[in-house]
Design a protein around this ligand. Sequence first.
Ligand code: SF4
Ligand code: SF4
Ligand code: SF4
Length: 307
Amino acid sequence: MSSTSSLKRSDLTIPIVLFAVFWGIAILLWLTTGRIFYLFNFGYIGAALAVGLGVYVALPARKKPLGRRLAQFLVGAYMLLFLGLLQRENMQIEGFFFYLLAGIFAGSVIHYLVAKVAGVLIFNRGWCGWACWTVMVLDLLPFKRHKTEPLPAPWWGLRYVHFGLSLGLVALLWWGLGYRVQEQSLIELYWLLGGNLLYYATGIVLAFTLKDNRAFCKYICPIPTLQKIPARFALLKIAGKADKCTDCGACNKMCPMDINVSGYIKNNQRVLSTECVMCLECVNVCAKDALFANFAVDKVRNSSHSF
Ligand code: SF4
Ligand code: SF4
Ligand code: SF4
């Protein structure tokens, strides 16, 4: 494993790589499909994320989370309002399945493939930390640093049940009732609105019940089902210097996904947990500058800290 970047030291490696990858995709899709929409769409998202990361790098430690909030709103609001409400793309996971079945190369399909599957191999679950429109709202709630223990293992399986139910519903409608998705139809818009309202309502109730803004991400959201395998092999992860770590535990307490960050660092590993959403809260809170984010390839070995 090699240390290649440290956001705390104002290294702009990650925003530059991210900007370059998104603009590469934008130009490639524009040239191959002839649709200038792709140039605008991916160019905008890459620029918005790079700006958010750049602001994160530039701000002093206490204010750094504002950079992430900025990126969340620039990307999340754009996708929900422009792609969802104006373009009537069903961005819910069921919409992704429907468009796939219909062979429609819609924005929703590209979004899922880039942000939630292939892109995870490079940027890990950065989507969940920096761009998701559900957490854009849930992160406004007052339980950023939850103080209760996470729920036991069976609860973490609910997301797989949710994924299975979504897939089953799509299969029933498609093969059982002959439903066929239509681009930019009102039904897809209602599905998007209804699905999102349900997500927001469930997320808010869970956050207040469990005193945890990220409870919806941990227990209910089906998206990690797609992300977890590529996340294990992601190039971008949190790394650390074991000799600098004093085992103070601040990173573990700050982590919104309940990851034993210091356990990985003491074990001379990067944070291999596929729950990591690359929010950088652990990096920011470490008073010893022991943590940083870097691009590297991890050796395959057993880890007692992995989910
Ligand atoms: S787990 Fe789901 S709700 Fe949470 S940030 Fe990721 S995609 Fe959004
Ligand atoms: S905050 Fe830093 S010093 Fe403290 S346990 Fe985490 S990595 Fe170690
Ligand atoms: S390990 Fe660090 S970057 Fe990953 S979710 Fe926890 S606090 Fe965020």
